[in-house]
Design a protein around this ligand. Sequence first.
Ligand code: FAD
Length: 337
Amino acid sequence: MIDPAYPASEASGIWVFLEHDNGQLAPVSLELAAKARELSRQSGARLTGLLLGSGMVVPRQNAERLDLDELLVVSNPFLDEFTAEGYSYAAAEVIRDRKPDILLLGATAYGRDLAGRLAVMLRTGLTADCTALELEPGTGLLLGEVSGFGGGILATIKCEVHRPQMATVRPGVFAAPEQPVAGNPEVVPLNVDIPMSSCPVRVVGRKIGSGVDISRAERLVVAGRGAANDLPSIQSLARLLNAEIGATRVAVDEGWATREQQVGQTGIITRPKLAVVFGASGASQFTVGIEQAGLVVALNQDPEAPIFEQADLCVVDDLVPVLRALVAEFESNGGGA
Ligand SMILES: Cc1cc2nc3c(=O)[nH]c(=O)nc-3n(C[C@H](O)[C@H](O)[C@H](O)COP(=O)(O)OP(=O)(O)OC[C@H]3O[C@@H](n4cnc5c(N)ncnc54)[C@H](O)[C@@H]3O)c2cc1C
């Protein structure tokens, strides 16, 4: 067996990698910190946030919803923009030095890149895309629940010997505090020397897409394969309801929606107050993405469609006339928002 970077007996504390952009923490970091606080209350572990950047002031815009005991701030010009090489080098240095027991990261583009590299550099395991986290009674080991084989099984994974125990979690799986919390962490500035050879990639410009973020949508109109019969009405209804448009993987594969709009296991986990689902059969890989919706309304012409097991309101009909009637109704009432 490969030697751990440091023994479990020397490891302590729960850490959350804090992703940020333009002075604002990524929502997933707030969600993870809230979950980590729950775990730290159970184990008595100190809760630490790890923030990397350059000439950085601590993000203020939404930091009031962050409840930590300690905030480690690593500032270095090489960390001005996220690069997997620079961030993983700096994070690994701090982790080897301070030896956390658990490290949680968002399963975002950056978090996934960073987590994989860190796991290799620190010779530890990584449970990716967890749908639940808890501590094992008795041992206090981190248990990460992940779905496998296309959603057919749920596996619980733990890392017994190597440290830190690492897990990534997608945005939207846990809830962030809605109100400010009384966190007043001890802020610890840290210097890490990052050799230029560890940063072969420099970001020379940024272009931000105008894509939607359906993980934050309050209302979703979802198009499945059956909605191909009337996509313009889906768009009209979404506009009238002031909703974002989500889609099943089939709809995305067919090019009716973008990858950013895919709901489900390999797409986005959403938690809207209202999800109206048109022409989706209700495969488990899809429904996992609307499991946390407040109210699910489903339309399908097949009364046996599994989506109806998930829905609060079920409409068995051809979606085309129903959609058109809804659009006409909302238009005559000046919108349904
Ligand atoms: C590893 C893995 C990961 C996956 N990840 C995802 C994921 O993240 N998200 C996802 O969505 N899928 C995912 N899938 C695919 C998933 O298994 C399903 O194939 C997919 O969700 C089906 O999409 P659908 O419901 O649009 O299409 P279908 O299953 O073909 O269902 C179409 C439905 O439309 C109804 N319909 C057709 N015409 C009408 C009409 N005129 N009026 C009313 N109803 C109508 C039909 O009765 C049918 O129920 C994944 C699969 C695997 C193996």
